[in-house]
Design a binder for this molecule. Structure first.
Ligand SMILES: [Zn+2]
Length: 358
């Protein structure tokens, strides 16, 4: 009798979890609730969290946080670590997805309410259902993203138009960073914010435009004069995947194109290479995308591409990935591609202040 039960059991397919099924059912809401992650953000936008689970960096202000959780994955702008939501579950639980995949998958399944099902018919129909839901979600997300970008561009344009052309506090800040404000103003690279970041902050933060790929202003990024975080916030809810100071529409025949990171280094580049097009990335995480977007156009125009990364690890990693994009479209390190090494842990602005010139 016992033998019969045992043999019946062994004929039945084993109940198991499918990673695709769990991934499709898992949402960021479930993860945030389960791990009590402190976040801020709009329902359909990125959520910013207090502390990156990879580098452990904590942000004082959620608005300026670089730990971003999206609807399908997460990224840290400080250390460039990223992954999907399953990866985030692992990180939050202190487990490595690679070495503890099954444990992380079970945990995520429990959060998402996915139970192992031994019935192959049930499993197949559930997969079909989830695929339909996922397709609908992607379509809705694509439509929402297009609409959001359109609105962001309109708002950014009017905010950029409302920036001041000059301001004594902003000038003083730039001078303190070794930058000639007059030259930057004349070049149209910098403006100044008429209001402080917080109501109590002073006005005059230097601002630069973040341009979309067609040269339209997509956001306005300020370098705060105040010393606390966030250092260089863009407009809340606006995309960050454009280019600071210059845009790809400015690329003309045989022109040098400088890709660097951050507001101050982008402004420094505008002075260091006065005849070049400066494409600043809004953070190390954006640097590879800027190079990927610009490289084919620079190549077609017969120009040189000069990447000036930050000396920290995220900056160096981003530069390697960026250079790979350039090499893929035919750039060569001994001909038309340069990755500038400033040495001794210096960023471009520090090197500039110390007398370095290209
Ligand atoms: Zn991090």
């Amino acid at each position: 009798m016992g033998d019969v039960v045992a043999s019946r059991t062994s004929c039945r397919p084993a109940a198991r979890l499918e990673a695709g099924e769990v991934r499709a059912a898992l949402t960021r809401e479930m993860i945030v609730e389960h791990f009590h992650i402190e976040v801020r953000g709009r329902e359909d936008g990125w959520w910013r969290g207090r502390q990156c689970p990879a580098c452990r960096k904590r942000w004082g202000s959620l608005a300026g946080s670089g730990f971003c959780i999206g609807q399908r994955g997460w990224v840290c702008k400080a250390c460039s670590a990223k992954g999907d939501l399953l990866d985030l579950v692992g990180r939050m639980a202190g487990l490595n997805l690679g070495t503890h995949f099954t444990v992380v998958l079970s945990l995520a399944a429990a959060l998402a309410g996915v139970t192992p099902d031994a019935n192959p018919v049930m499993r197949a129909s559930r997969r079909v259902e989830l695929a339909k839901v996922e397709l609908a979600r992607r379509r809705a997300a694509a439509i929402a993203e297009t609409q959001r970008r359109h609105e962001a561009r309109q708002t950014a344009r009017s905010i950029w138009d409302g920036q001041l052309t000059d301001h004594p506090s902003g000038r003083a800040y730039l001078a303190g960073r070794g930058l000639d404000a007059g030259a930057l103003i004349a070049r149209g690279a910098v403006r100044f914010c008429p209001v402080g970041w917080r109501p109590a902050d002073q006005a005059g933060d230097p601002t630069v435009a973040l341009y979309d790929w067609d040269g339209t202003v997509l956001s306005v990024v300020r370098r705060r004069i105040a010393l606390d975080e966030p250092k260089a916030p863009g407009l809340t809810g606006h995309p960050a995947d454009g280019t600071l100071v210059g845009h790809v529409g400015q690329i003309t025949k045989a022109v040098d194109v400088i890709v660097t990171e951050g507001v101050v280094d982008s402004l420094t580049a505008a002075l260091a290479w006065p005849h070049a097009v400066v494409l600043g990335a809004h953070g190390a995480a954006q640097l590879p995308a800027v190079v990927a977007g610009a490289a084919p156009r620079v190549k077609a125009a017969g120009g040189r591409l000069i990447i000036v990364p930050d000396p920290d690890q995220p900056g160096q990693d981003a530069a390697v990935e960026a250079a790979r994009h350039a090499l893929k479209v035919g750039f060569s390190l001994d001909r038309d591609l340069d990755v500038v090494e400033l040495g001794a842990g210096r960023d471009l602005n520090a090197a500039w202040c110390a007398g370095w010139r290209p």
